[in-house]
Design a protein around this ligand. Structure first.
Ligand code: COA
Length: 295
């Protein structure tokens, strides 16, 4: 078994066997909520899939009762504090510079907030995913929340277990969608359905995900992993050059990077705002958020 360069951690297990690189989200006690460290492992694994000729297919799966609860909300909360602190420091520095120089430079388009987020592994992961030319098969059980769903928009074959639900509660968290989903989701399922998913957190049931073109098939839960493995094995037996060339032709990968960056800029702004902090506090305290004090 070729393992060189494919690093596993406890929370993300990466295994290469028979030309299939299996990436397993393995943090079931926290519903596979994704931390910055996990995004780092994911980014490396996806990035290396393309550069390692021994990898012909990526299989994305998860341990536990649900695929992923999305981004770790404690991480979001910490990041929000960090951005707020950094923005205050930057504002003080700009005031000091303006006071001591004759003509202070106007602030550039990439402020301190986008600087912090730009260094985070999540954005490295999203760019790697959007650029990936190796076919990606995904096996999804239970809920796929937030980035748990938006990452599926970059998969090429999606198998859902019966009862699976795709949920994108970005507005409920006072955030905006990411992973180029503002482009890809309306493109795939139409504006009004995408809007309802983003703005009202309307879950998309497994059968509807297949009907609207977000997934290939729904299978009984006990058949999920075998089905996904069989699809991955079938793809691994195809001529790899044709496969990646087909994927390349089917996707305008170059258009996705700028969309991801635009989303990141707005996402970062929202993340540091008071409404998002209220949403994260409400989750931690297991209560409903109250957005009424904010205009
Ligand atoms: N970030 C951090 N921790 C999370 C998490 C997240 N996104 N989702 C779940 N967890 C943690 C819970 O805090 C809990 O931890 P604890 O046992 O230490 O208290 C544990 O995972 C189990 O979660 P719980 O809510 O009890 O499981 P559930 O099966 O009742 O519900 C979810 C599962 C996914 C529906 C629910 O946890 C949820 O809504 N999570 C938030 C999803 C979200 O908004 N993600 C961000 C999208 S952008």
């Amino acid at each position: 078994m070729h393992q060189a360069g494919h690093e596993s951690t406890q929370d993300v297990v990466v295994e290469l066997q028979d030309a299939v690189l299996t990436i397993t989200l393995n943090r079931p006690a926290k519903k596979n909520a994704l931390t910055d460290a996990m995004y780092g492992t994911l980014a490396d694994a996806i990035g290396r899939a393309d550069s390692d000729a021994a990898v012909r297919v990526v299989l994305l799966r998860a341990e536990g009762d649900l695929f992923s609860a999305g981004n770790d909300l404690a991480d979001f909360s910490r990041l929000a504090e960090q951005i707020a602190g950094s923005t205050a420091d930057q504002a003080n520095t700009e005031l000091a510079v303006a006071a001591t120089t004759e003509s202070a430079e106007p602030a550039g388009p990439s402020g301190p907030a986008s600087g912090i987020t730009g260094q985070m592994n999540v954005w490295r992961f999203l760019h790697a995913l959007a650029a990936c030319t190796t076919p990606i098969v995904a096996a999804v059980q239970g809920k796929a929340v937030g980035v748990g769903t938006t990452m599926l928009l970059h998969a090429d074959y999606v198998v859902l277990a019966e009862g699976a639900q795709l949920i994108t509660p970005f507005v409920d968290l006072a955030l905006v969608p990411e992973a180029a989903s503002t482009l890809l989701l309306p493109q795939r399922i139409g504006h009004v359905r995408a809007f309802a998913m983003f703005a009202l957190a309307e879950p998309l049931a497994a059968e509807d995900a297949v009907a609207t073109g977000l997934a290939n098939r729904v299978v009984p839960a006990e058949a999920l992993q075998d089905t996904a493995r069989q699809v991955a094995a079938a793809l691994a037996a195809k001529p790899a050059g044709s496969l990646t060339a087909t994927k390349r032709l089917m996707r305008d990968a170059e258009a996705l990077g700028p969309v991801i960056d635009r989303e990141v800029a707005v996402f970062t702004e929202r993340l540091a705002g008071p409404e998002a902090r209220e949403a994260f506090a409400a989750f931690a305290e297991r209560r409903s958020p109250d957005f009424s004090p904010f205009s």
